[in-house]
Design a protein around this ligand. Structure first.
Ligand code: HSE
Length: 472
């Protein structure tokens, strides 16, 4: 049977139909080209800058899986030089040139790809900018650098005709950048929601499962190499906000706008919130959410109640997970280790292999996430206008009429109550805790009602609020 071959032209809206398969033979040959074992043909040289947790693992995985990696790339990939202030005890550097001056690596004319694993936005930024100016491709795991300076970095890279690849910057070992850029390329993305900070998820999971102390779990996450140098980045949602803007830039073809993300951390979550949520059929996760609403985009990071039946609600420990809803494909879930040395190294090396393939086949380099010029004015939605359901927890005097005062205020604000629960006061106590789950409501309306509730004489302290998303 013959299948007609279609060539689509968006500008003319004409469809050319051919029954001649020879027209496509070149495509099939190049798409299914495989490596024939002769790695002497072309060699791609790597300059590895930074030999910390991720750098040392990248080096070791490259050495350990050298044959597989070169075979998949279709060329020989070698670490030609390492730039690091000190050696790493886990790395055998005998067969590689090591320089204490990172810029010596960046300026090394033999090197094709600079792998920036220094972190931060000072020296790392200089390294990346100079590598681009020197005409080198760059692989980086640096989410802060891409989120805060990516627009300029991509523009410089485009001018120089080099590639910037940053798979490892988001969700550790999960190939989420490739999923967005390649696998979901056909879709108009409606929303994405992700657990994109492993440390935060590790902390919430340990609190939920073992009732462990927040600070104690954080120390363990630091010892395991999950946490950022400054762990407030993990706890206060800064790290997740960095990752969210990177995902949103790809999903919605928009510039990186890190400073516009609404960010709320997990330090306000108490074990009792996790327990109440559980009783109501929810798990609490720290989510990064990007959603298209009409012509505008919401960008927010905050703790969120998710129905326990959702797969993402059951992603625990240091694991990350991202749900992406495309108009054609529907919701898809990507899950895996979101932090840690080797998972991150896995993503770094995937980018190296990608670029090595390009170089060795002399194809055009590609610049991820450029191409947003015509939609760069897409407005960001103010958090005041964002609609979600809410979990509210408040301490009340255990006397008649209090519950109805709360529900009256909510109902006067047009907010309905989906679920409500009151705990019995402890022995000898007069205060009880009330938990309410509302319907979806704009934040500004919710805050108006909460302010009124907080003025009631029978209420003690503030109303504790956590957003709820059905992710359906
Ligand atoms: N601190 C980050 C996390 C590391 O916990 O997810 C990976 O980006």
């Amino acid at each position: 049977m013959l299948f007609p071959l279609l060539t689509l032209s968006a500008s003319t809206r004409k469809v050319a139909v051919s029954r001649d398969f020879t027209a496509l033979s070149g495509f099939f040959v190049s798409s299914f080209l495989y490596f024939n074992g002769d790695i002497s043909l072309k060699s791609v040289k790597i300059g590895l800058c930074g030999l910390g947790t991720v750098g040392s693992s990248t080096f070791n995985v490259m050495v350990r899986n050298s044959d597989e990696i070169s075979s998949r790339a279709g060329c020989q990939i070698t670490v030609a030089q390492v730039g690091a202030r000190r050696d790493h005890p886990a790395c055998d550097l005998r067969d590689v040139a090591v320089s204490r001056d990172i810029f010596e690596v960046v300026d090394n004319a033999d090197i094709d790809i600079i792998v920036e694993l220094i972190g931060g936005t000072t020296v790392a930024k200089e390294v990346v900018e100079r590598a681009i100016a020197n005409g080198k491709h760059v692989v980086t795991a640096n989410k802060a650098l891409i989120a805060e300076f990516g627009n300029d970095i991509f523009a410089a890279a485009q001018k120089q005709g080099v590639t910037i690849a940053y798979e490892a910057a988001v969700a550790g070992g999960i190939p989420i950048i490739k999923a967005l850029r390649e696998g979901l390329a056909a879709n108009r993305i409606e929303w994405l929601a992700g657990i994109i900070n492993g440390t935060g998820n590790f902390i919430l999971t340990e609190m939920a499962d073992k009732g462990r102390d927040f600070v104690d779990v954080l120390k363990e996450a630091q010892a395991l190499g999950y946490a950022e140098a400054d762990p407030t980045f993990d706890i206060e949602g800064i790290d997740a906000a960095h990752k969210l803007v990177i995902l949103a830039s790809l999903a919605f073809a928009m510039p990186l706008q890190y400073n516009k993300v609404f960010t709320e951390g997990i330090s306000c979550i108490e074990t009792k919130d996790i327990d109440y949520a559980k009783k109501l059929g929810y798990h609490i996760k720290h989510l990064g959410i990007a959603r298209r609403v009409g012509e505008s985009i919401e960008l927010r990071v905050h703790p969120t109640l998710i129905p326990e039946k959702r797969l993402i609600a059951n992603v625990n420990g240091v694991m990350n997970a991202i749900v992406i809803k495309g108009d054609a494909v529907g919701p898809t879930l990507y899950c895996g280790a979101g932090a840690g040395a080797e998972p991150t190294a896995s993503a770094v090396i995937a980018d190296i292999v990608d670029i090595a393939r390009q170089i060795s086949r002399d194809s055009q380099p590609s610049i991820p996430s450029l191409g947003f010029n015509e939609v760069s004015d897409k407005p960001l939605r103010s958090i005041a206008d964002v609609q979600t359901a809410y979990y509210l927890r408040v301490l009340v005097e255990d006397k008649p009429g209090v519950l109805s005062q709360i529900t009256t205020i909510l109902s006067e604000a047009g907010i309905s109550v989906e679920a409500m629960q009151q705990s019995e006061p402890e022995e000898g106590e007069v205060l009880a805790e009330v938990v309410v789950v509302t319907n979806r409501v704009q934040q500004q309306h919710l805050l108006g009602a909460v302010n009124r509730i907080e003025t009631l004489a029978s209420i003690h302290g503030n109303v504790h609020k956590i957003r709820v998303e059905s992710l359906g």
